[in-house]
Structure formats: C-alpha cells, structure tokens
Design a protein around this ligand. Structure first.
Ligand SMILES: [Zn+2]
Length: 99
C-alpha cells in the first residue's frame, strides 16, 4: 500500500500551499456567476482560498480572485461569498470523494 498523495492547492489570499480539503473552492460558472463551491464539483474556472474570512477578504481586496477567475467581482458578489464562507466554516471539511 502506497501512502495516499494529498492534493495541494494554493490559497489566493495568503498564497500558501495547503491540502485541498482544507481550502474552499471559488468557482466562476460558465454563465459568469461566482460562488463558493463546498463540494469541489461545480463546473467552471476555480480558485482556492483557506476557510478563513481573512484569506477570502484579502483575495477579494487584492483582486487575486478576479485575476485567477478572470472575472469582475461586484460588491454584492463579494459580500455573498463572505456570507457563504461564514456558513460553511461551521461545517467540517468535505471528505475527499475523488481521491
Ligand atoms: Zn489562506
């Protein structure tokens, strides 16, 4: 039995590499809407941030999310992402389904 390789992704807020399951995916759907993807399975272009309001806030303020997703974030969208993260933070990380 080989040890399982942990998929790593970079948080666009603090720019640290972390295990994917500790991060949350932000996805730009084909129709241009941006949302948090708690399951990691939504279609579209994705970026990852820590499950932290600090990292998400930084990613939004420093336009890292916009750059990564190639999209303009409205204030409404940014506020919705922050609110969704606050809800998700109460939940444990999703188990890796595709590993
Ligand atoms: Zn981070």
């Amino acid at each position: 039995m080989k040890p399982k390789k942990i998929p790593m992704r970079m948080c666009v807020g603090c720019r640290e590499m972390k295990p994917k399951r500790e991060l949350i995916r932000v996805v730009r759907a084909p129709d241009g809407t941006v949302s948090l993807d708690a399951t990691g399975k939504k279609a579209g272009r994705g970026a990852y941030v820590c499950r932290s309001a600090v990292c998400l806030g930084r990613a939004i303020k420093q336009k890292q999310l916009e750059r990564q997703l190639e999209v303009q974030l409205s204030e409404e969208t940014a506020a919705a992402l922050t609110a969704t993260l606050a809800e998700l933070k109460a939940l444990p990380p999703e188990p890796e389904a595709d590993a």
